[in-house]
Design a binder for this molecule. Sequence first.
Ligand code: FMN
Length: 206
Amino acid sequence: MEFQDVVRRRRMVRDYAETPVDPAIVDRALENATHAPSAGFSQGWAFLVLDRPEDVRRFWTAQVEDVDDADAWLTGMMRAPVVILPCSSKAAYLDRYAEPDKGWTDRDEARWPMPFWHMDAAMAALLILQTATDAGLGACFFGVFRESEVRREFGIPDRYDPVGVITLGHRVDSSGAAGSPTRRRRTPWTEVVHRGQWGHQGSPSA
Ligand SMILES: Cc1cc2nc3c(=O)[nH]c(=O)nc-3n(C[C@H](O)[C@H](O)[C@H](O)COP(=O)(O)O)c2cc1C
C-alpha cells in the first residue's frame, strides 16, 4: 500500500473477527515499532504482546471490572486476537542522558521539557497501527483502564509504564462501536497550522 493510503485509511477499529492474525504481521509491526525515533536513541520502550486466547482473556479480565457485562465496545474489542501494550521507561531515559555524550549526570527531571519516554512509545505505537493498516488489518489504540491490575497480572516491572493498549485483528464490516469521528469533524489542517507567526494561518498557496 502507498504510504499516503496508509496514513489516510488508518482508522481505529473496534470490532474484530475471531480469525487469527498471521504471526509474521505481528512481528513486522513490532519490528517496525523499533524503528520509531527516540530521544538520544534511548529506545526506552518495551512491548507486552498477548497473542494466545488465554492471555488475551487474562488481559480483559484485568482491564475491566466485569467481562461478562460487556457493551458493544467491549464485545467487539475482546474479539481481537492480538493485544499489544507499548510500555515506556523513564529510567531508561534518565540513564541514557547520564551517559558521557549527554552528561546529565544529576538525572534531574526538570531538564526534560516533555516526558520524551512516553512520546517515543507513542511514536512506536503509531508505527504498529500503520503496519496493521498496511497489512489490511484493523487496530485500535486505547488506554489502560485498571493499571495496577494489568501490571500485576502480567508482571510488568516498576521500571516500565504501559502507555496504552493496541488491539489488532481482522476488522469486520461494521468496524465496531462508533468512535468520536462519527460525532466530530476532522479539523482542517489549515486551521491548526500557524505559519511564520502564531495566528497566521493557511498555506502559501491559499
Ligand atoms: C491517547 C489515545 C487514547 C485513546 N483512547 C481511546 C479509548 O479509550 N477508547 C477508544 O475507543 N478509542 C480511543 N482512542 C482512539 C480515538 O478515539 C481515535 O483515534 C479518534 O477518535 C480519531 O479516530 P481515528 O483514529 O479512527 O481517525 C484513543 C486514541 C489515542 C491517541
